[in-house]
Each structure stands twice: as C-alpha cells, then as structure tokens.
Ligand binder design. Structure first.
Ligand code: NI
Length: 205
C-alpha cells in the first residue's frame, strides 16, 4: 500500500467521523427545539377532574364513577351564597331545559359545595330542589371537599370568621365528557341558551 492511499483512507475516516458528529449535533438540537409542550386543551383535559368521594343530597355515597357514561355540568359553590351561586345554578337549570329530552338524558347536573361545614345533606337536598329536580347536590367531609376542589382546580376560602361568613369562590361551570375528562368551562353569568347550544354541539360530535 502506498503512503498516498494510506493518507487517503485516514482522511475518509476522519471525514466520516466529523460528518456523523455533525449529524448527531443537528439531531440533538432539533430534538431539544421540538415543541413538546402539550396544548392548552390537552393540558386542561388532563388537569381538571378526576377521583372524588362525596355524599349526594339523598345521603348516598358517590364517586366519579357514578357519573361516567353521561356528560356532566358541575358547579362549585355554597348554599348561603347570596347571589353568584343562585344565578349560575339557575343558568345551569335553564340551559338544561333548553336541551331536547334525548339530550337531557345524556347529562348530569351537579352542584358541589365548597362549604361542607354548613352544607349538610339536608341543606343540600332542600337547596338543589329550588333549581331543578335533576340537580344533584354533593357534600362531604372537609377533607373530601378539599380533594375535589384540588382535582377541579377550584379556589374557595372563607371571607371572614363570623358565624354567617361568606365564602369567596371561583364561579365556573365545568362541562365534563362522558369519560370524566374536561371539555370546557362557562364563566359566571353565561347565557343559558348559548350554553345549551354548546352542550348540544359536543353531543352531536
Ligand atoms: Ni357563590
């Protein structure tokens, strides 16, 4: 083998090593820069909802499994709430009444208290009946309510220490899918007809 050919082979080897190194660096950069951040929708679907153990207005223990197979409109508030909760629960009831009977069969209406110390099973039973015979009221121990608040990313806290305290709380109505995953939320004071149209559009997908 001539010296010339040997040098040529060394050069080819070096060239291959450099080329492979460059390819590896490029691959690493494109991997690091790839947008692997979940979209807002994927994020919320994963973040809102999940396991809970509570008691309904009939005193029966329930979990999230009792609500699977149907859509769910769920609102968090408290029965002593002077205005925000009654308004939003009335909107929920009105939106439900705007649905066809077939659509109504496919959805649960749920009100979860964020004030379990005052909202007993009996208090919940009387309260939900003001809005709709279909409205399910859920209460539980302070720990159980804290767990569902965490699962649904709900904020609620006593506004003061008086016996007739108010509770500051988020006022979203969540629409959950039949498999218990989050679909979308409605803000406080939503238009009931628009809410019904939106719910129906999910059902028709
Ligand atoms: Ni309220």
């Amino acid at each position: 083998m001539s010296q010339h050919v040997a040098r040529y082979k060394v050069f080819i080897r070096l060239f291959i090593i450099v080329a492979l190194t460059l390819i590896a660096i490029l691959a690493w950069f494109s991997f690091m820069n790839a947008d692997r951040t979940p979209t807002a929708t994927e994020n919320s679907r994963a973040l809102i909802g999940g396991h809970f153990e509570l008691v309904n207005q009939l005193g029966k223990p329930v979990t999230e499994k009792d609500f699977l197979g149907k859509y769910m409109l769920v609102y968090f508030g408290y029965t002593y709430c002077p205005d925000v909760c009654p308004m939003d629960l009335q909107i929920m009831a009105d939106a439900f009444n705007d649905l066809t009977p077939e659509q109504q069969d496919k959805i649960n209406l749920v009100f979860v208290t964020v004030d379990p110390e005052r909202d007993t099973v009996e208090t919940m039973a009387e309260y939900v009946s003001f809005f709709s015979e279909k409205l399910i009221g859920l209460t539980g121990t302070v720990e159980q309510i804290n767990n569902i608040k965490k699962a649904y990313r709900v904020y609620a806290a006593k506004a003061d220490d008086s016996p007739d305290y108010l509770v500051d709380h988020t006022a979203y109505t969540y629409l959950m899918d039949k498999d218990g995953t989050f679909l979308q939320h409605f803000n406080h004071g939503e238009n009931a007809e628009e809410m019904a149209v939106k719910i129906a559009s999910f059902m028709n997908k």
